[in-house]
Design a protein around this ligand. Structure first.
Ligand SMILES: Cc1cc2nc3c(=O)[nH]c(=O)nc-3n(C[C@H](O)[C@H](O)[C@H](O)COP(=O)(O)OP(=O)(O)OC[C@H]3O[C@@H](n4cnc5c(N)ncnc54)[C@H](O)[C@@H]3O)c2cc1C
Ligand code: FES
Ligand code: FES
Length: 511
């Protein structure tokens, strides 16, 4: 196969790069190769946001879509065909500061300044994406946009003030990106639909030097073919797990087969019975689609990692990775989701819970990949909730994640599905607790019986996130909360239970 240089639009021109390792991160390229050192490295694992940049791509309508992502865990070949914006892009040609920067200055939103370029880029993405005429963003909207940025010295209040103030037309004239040259460049870089982007580099491979390859096919057939021809190549999606294997574990990843350009894997389809989410759909888009059917998933979607991680990471990557503390699986299992696996032209479908065989062991066969997740459309008889318990509200990994789904038909529980993360070596159903509920009424004794049964379903581990005792107690209490929220008699509203549930509209005032 012919190999190509990596092409992307940066600072007004299309750049071509070759000769860097396939796992060269965007951050390493910016700082070490281009000497554009405005973008900072804090953690190199997607946690702090100091490296935040904005990536532009053409969406299905041919419009420029701008998303904040973490440069530290994104591999450079995945930028092929995209536009990259960094803090260096913000200042005008005449040296004038962008309203994002001016608002940070005016609100005293920066002290040591190390986090500031990352905050400024998350704010710029919000600035560019915020609908014209919609007034100022609420503090809740700002918090979501800045959920991936940590600041150790300033404190967040002035930064949130700045993110509202930057869009205040009375204070700052609007400075919108001139999108036309970017769109033109993206069109120019577009590869023919049947062409697979191939990038090769000579670097460490199998402990010695060798050639590593990066393939980015644009459709399913060549993707499936490459997967069967190269079963040892690592399937790469958003790299929000894999990126850390390179930057933290210094693992030698070998060949990479990229999901991110395969059109069929990026689709979301909805018919009368099923919502089908392609494996390459980002977590942000996947949760947006899920929330249409199941509004109960809104909080989990918002608390899954941070916006830059959700903009890059995929639902397919989350279920394929199969971490025992992955957040999407308990809910998907409770909703009776199925996973679609492909090898070559063969497809098989299985219940998601059957996919997890043991710690870091799934039913994925050699040469197979995850193509999609299928979720049944909601039934009127369903009562469903999912809860994430972690030390921080935003951007934290769960100690326990729980999901409960019961079908109530004529006052009787026709079916109960309960699944937990953080309680076993895999995301796992609580079959004993389910059995304690099925066939009876949804009443307090039933909830108590199911809570007792959880002790037989799980013997959780103690680790740095939580002790075994804490996990067991939380698991029981979450089931109790589910009962309190979904009982027929005086169900508790979210605002009565959740300290973070508040009406965002109340805080939409100007700073
Ligand atoms: C800062 C930070 C915060 C995070 N917070 C959370 C959190 O709150 N909750 C949570 O659950 N996770 C969290 N994660 C983990 C991660 O974001 C998710 O697991 C994400 O869904 C992984 O998707 P990805 O597309 O980035 O996968 P990748 O990193 O690209 O791949 C992950 C694994 O899945 C495999 N894979 C990917 N796609 C396919 C496919 N189509 N077929 C077969 N195999 C495939 C890869 O080979 C690899 O083994 C966090 C990560 C970071 C860096
Ligand atoms: S350096 Fe911390 S998120 Fe990238
Ligand atoms: S200003 Fe110092 S870390 Fe934010």
């Amino acid at each position: 196969m012919k190999t190509h240089p990596i092409r992307f639009y940066y600072r007004g021109a299309i750049r071509e790069v070759s000769g860097v390792p396939v796992t060269r991160t965007v951050l390493q390229h910016l700082r070490d190769d281009l000497r554009c050192t405005g973008t900072k490295e804090g953690c190199a694992e997607g946690d702090c946001g100091a490296c935040t940049v904005v990536v532009g791509e053409l969406d299905a309508q041919g419009e420029l879509a701008l998303k904040a992502v973490n440069a530290c865990i994104r591999f450079l070949p995945t930028l092929d065909g995209c536009a990259l914006f960094t803090i260096e892009d913000l200042r005008a040609r005449d040296g004038a500061m962008h309203p994002v920067q001016q608002a940070l200055v005016d609100c005293h939103g920066s002290q040591c300044g190390f986090c500031t370029p990352g905050f400024a880029m998350s704010m710029w993405a919000l600035y560019e994406n915020y609908p014209a005429g919609a007034g100022l963003p609420t503090r809740d909207e700002v918090a979501t946009a800045l959920s991936g940025n940590l600041c150790r010295c300033t404190g967040y209040r002035p930064i949130v003030d700045a993110a509202q103030q930057m869009l205040d037309a009375d204070r700052h004239a609007r400075v919108a990106l001139d999108r036309e040259p970017v769109v033109q460049a993206l069109r120019q870089m577009r590869r023919p639909p049947d062409e697979t982007f191939v990038y090769t580099s000579t670097d460490v491979r199998g402990g010695t030097f060798g050639e590593n390859r990066f393939w980015a096919p644009t459709s399913l057939e060549p993707f499936a073919q490459l997967r069967t021809e190269h079963p040892n190549a690592l399937v790469l999606a958003g790299s929000t797990d894999i990126g850390l294997w390179a930057t933290k574990q210094l693992r030698d990843l070998g060949d990479l087969l990229y999901v991110g350009r395969v059109a069929e894997l990026a689709s979301i389809e909805r018919d009368a019975v099923t919502l089908t989410i392609g494996a390459g759909v980002t977590l942000e888009d996947a949760f947006a689609a899920l929330v249409v059917d199941y509004p109960e998933l809104a909080e989990l979607g918002k608390r899954f990692a941070s916006l830059p991680v959700r903009n890059a990471g995929t639902l397919g990557g989350n279920v394929a990775n199969g971490s025992p503390i992955g957040d999407s699986m308990p809910a998907l299992i409770a909703l009776d989701a199925q996973i679609v696996l492909c090898r070559g032209r063969e497809t098989r479908v299985m219940p998601l819970d059957a996919f997890y065989l043991g710690y870091q062991k799934t039913a994925l066969d050699e040469g197979e990949f995850v193509a999609a997740v299928r979720i049944p459309r909601p039934a009127t008889t369903l009562r469903f909730r999912t809860y994430k318990v972690s030390k921080r509200y935003d951007q934290d990994i769960s100690a326990v994640c729980a999901a409960f789904a019961i079908d109530l038909v004529d006052g009787t529980i026709a079916r109960a599905r309960i699944a937990y993360g953080g309680m076993a070596a895999t995301p796992k159903r609580a079959t004993m607790a389910e059995a304690a509920l099925a066939g009876g009424p949804w009443d307090e004794p039933a909830a108590q019986r199911a809570m007792q049964a959880l002790a037989h379903d799980y013997q959780p581990l103690s680790d740095l996130r939580a002790s075994s005792r804490y996990r067991s107690t939380v698991a029981r209490n979450l089931l109790w909360r589910f009962w309190l929220e979904t009982r027929d008699d005086a169900p508790l509203a979210l605002a009565q239970i959740d300290a973070f549930a508040f009406d965002a509209a109340q805080v939409k005032e100007a700073p």
